[in-house]
Design a protein around this ligand. Sequence first.
Ligand code: ATP
Length: 248
Amino acid sequence: ANDETLLEVNNIEVIYNHVILVLKGVSLSVPKGGIVALLGGNGAGKTTTLKAVSNLLHSERGEVTKGSVHYRGDRVQDLDPAALVKRGVIQVMEGRHCFEHLTVEENLLTGAYTRTDGKAAIQRDLEMVYHYFPRIKERRKSQAGYTSGGEQQMVAMGRALMSRPETILLDEPSMGLAPQLVEQIFEIVKSVNENEGVTFLLAEQNTNVALRYAHYGYILESGRVVMDGPAAELRENPDVKEFYLGMS
Ligand code: ATP
């Protein structure tokens, strides 16, 4: 019900180490309020695409050598990741990356470090996070390193929410989690999207679950978008069924 575009990736090429061409002209767009899934197998380029958007490629000797990334119409590919967070875009990296020696609650609070709207507002958002993730409320005094994989995924997502983002780039939320927990994580993505208006671009190998929760999907193969469309259409597409929904 809203066709304002937030993120526009136009024909980007990404090269690692000056020689390895990994993205060969990827274009996609993410509307405000959308849940957009970036699908494809191992090594297709999903993580690289998210990192190109959030400017996290430099530390891996990767570089956008062609094309452009715009957010709300502004070219953002030369900003540092912190500047992008200030504009409302935050990435939750694959593998969670909690501060293991801090408690769950301290981890969440690190997500609020760029905010200047005061303690009361931050406290309110902590309650908001605990509302979506009751499980980590129970674990709030535990050292994050001792929580389970699913709980750490929730902490990483909760920490991202503490920055009050407009858009979350979510890398492989299902990774390493039991099916029931995967479902739970996607249910939370859905309710955060609906109730808080947060926009999601998520990379996911689990096509089945992603296409049930996303509104729109892009399928990547070897650094190229080979197919895209509304999730409901992709779910019914014979090629998607055969190659990505496989056994189901
Ligand atoms: P995964 O689900 O495994 O993360 P992906 O679709 O996210 O897969 P990418 O991680 O983006 O894929 O990787 C795309 C390709 O880029 C792979 O062939 C990978 O080996 C290569 N690649 C990734 N990071 C680097 C790097 N730092 N240096 C060189 N090549 C890299």
